[in-house]
Ligand binder design. Structure first.
Ligand code: SF4
Ligand code: SF4
Length: 89
């Protein structure tokens, strides 16, 4: 249950501040979870890999809740001008 960002992303940055879970990171940035910092080669606690991107904004799947409990719809998808935030399934 997570969204992902496609290669249609134009790196505008609009989605990042909208995420209630701080699940979105800028291209090439290190990501954080449970007070620890991770990088390109690290898997998420669930074992998920392949979400990190050097080229586009990316979503850490273990941190994305699809905004359930916060908003009626995924906020990143709502603000994205290129419809790049899509369900990962
Ligand atoms: S769907 Fe919501 S929780 Fe998931 S990355 Fe987008 S804004 Fe964050
Ligand atoms: S709002 Fe869309 S285009 Fe902008 S950085 Fe996020 S995913 Fe990329």
């Amino acid at each position: 249950m997570a969204l992902m960002i496609t290669d249609e992303c134009i790196n505008c940055g609009a989605c990042e501040p909208e995420c209630p879970n701080n699940a979105i990171y800028e291209a090439g940035a290190e990501w954080e979870m449970d007070g620890k910092t991770f990088g390109e080669d690290d898997a998420a606690p669930s074992g998920a890999t392949g979400f990190y991107s050097e080229d586009f904004y990316y979503i850490v799947p273990d941190k994305c809740t699809e905004c359930v409990g916060h908003f009626d719809e995924p906020q990143c998808a709502s603000v994205c001008p290129t419809d790049s935030c899509v369900k990962a399934e």
